[in-house]
Design a protein around this ligand. Structure first.
Ligand SMILES: *Cc1c(COP(=O)(O)O)cnc(C)c1O
Length: 358
């Protein structure tokens, strides 16, 4: 099925104002955005229009009660300038899972794919060419009903906008294993990419930074023993040659990069265990010298190596970066898939197509 997406192109492109050698993260936005409105039980008025402000009512439900969800994905270009997505259908699948948890309407997968292809194709000149850089894509949905009461809205906006991001060479990070605050409890919304999860993490993150650490390593809400994830990344450990990552059992975000990493490593013959991992197991492995690697995975950074984990007043320093074989393999492979230098044997890479309208 083809959806009717109207196209209203901008007359004053801002492309020439961008310094592609020096792109500040998250502050540069491409020329166009996709917008759809949910009213009277259906998605309508789908259009691609110039990027810009829109009005919201002061009683907008999302602003009061947090009925809002988002996604984060990337498009990249190969040496010839052809644009690609990596597993784009996984993002609409997850957005719709988040939507169901927050009593929001699902967005049709085909409409999403048509919209994101059309939008990125239209602004493909905005995809930065430098190695490791990409066009970041932010789909999101929020309740724009005008009503002062806690109930699901009956109207919503779904928007996709994009912006170039420079090469992301994440420095190795230090993690503070948090034993006071929690990110998500069983039965909560930890598995949804819901805005409220991130507002709840701001104060704990600030306190961790004040203590001298980069990010929080979240533990489970009941016992503060089981490792969950990091900020906007899932976490992997390499212990005695085995790759271990916490099982995605409802309290962690099911990262698409996490899934890609697990599949990539298994296809190369590595043993990968998805299971409960305690902080004590990691501390023990550190003590007996079998903790070889630790890295976070997510769309933005791809892989961020961890050089230190603080737990119970002790700083555990991890092995030197030159020894990080598995984390480096994963990062190089995903970067290579994205820029066309590693062959895609899984059908993950999807070429960007021009907008098709009904
Ligand atoms: C988005 C996100 C991730 C990473 O997911 P990807 O699909 O790999 O980008 C991990 N944890 C949290 C809390 C997130 O919001």
């Amino acid at each position: 099925m083809k959806f009717n997406i109207r196209l209203n192109k901008t007359e004053n492109s801002k492309l020439s104002e961008v310094d592609f050698d020096n792109i500040p993260f998250g502050k540069v936005f491409s020329d166009h955005m996709f917008v759809a409105e949910y009213k009277d039980g259906e998605w309508k008025d789908m259009r691609i229009e110039p990027f810009g402000y829109f009005e919201v009512h002061p009683a907008c439900l999302a602003l009061h009660y947090g009925q809002a969800i988002f996604e984060g994905m990337k498009a990249s270009a190969d040496a010839e300038g052809n644009a690609y997505f990596l597993r784009p259908e996984k993002h609409i699948e997850r957005l719709n899972n988040s939507a169901r948890r927050l009593c929001m309407p699902e967005f049709p997968e085909e409409a999403f794919l048509q919209a994101v292809h059309g939008l990125v194709d239209l602004d493909k000149e905005w995809i930065p060419k430098a190695k490791g850089s990409a066009l970041y894509i932010r789909p999101y949905m929020f309740a724009d009903g005008e009503f002062l009461g806690v109930r699901p809205s009956d109207s919503y906006k779904f928007i996709i906008f994009t912006g170039p991001v420079g090469p992301y060479y994440p420095k190795p990070v230090s993690l503070f294993a948090e034993t006071k605050y929690i990110r998500a409890a069983e039965g909560g919304i930890g598995e949804a990419k819901a805005s409220g999860n991130y507002s709840a993490s701001l104060l704990p993150a600030r306190e961790a930074i004040e203590k001298g650490y980069d990010q929080i390593l979240w533990l489970d809400a009941k016992e503060f023993r089981y490792i969950q994830e990091v900020g906007t990344m899932n976490i992997f450990f390499v212990i005695d040659g085995k790759v271990i990552t916490p099982v995605a059992g409802g309290t962690i975000l099911k990262g698409i990069t996490r899934d890609t990493v697990i599949k990539l490593l298994r296809s190369k013959g590595y043993e990968v265990e998805e299971r409960p991992v305690t902080i004590d197991e990691v501390a023990e492995a550190h003590k007996n010298g079998t903790l070889q690697e630790c890295f976070g995975t997510g769309t933005a950074a791809v892989v961020a190596h961890v050089h230190l984990i603080a737990y119970n007043g002790e700083d555990m320093t991890l092995p030197a970066m030159e020894t990080r074989k598995i984390g480096k393999f994963v990062k190089d492979t995903i970067d290579g898939l994205r820029d066309g230098t590693v062959e895609d044997t899984e059908g993950w890479i999807v070429p960007v197509k021009a907008l098709e309208t009904a």
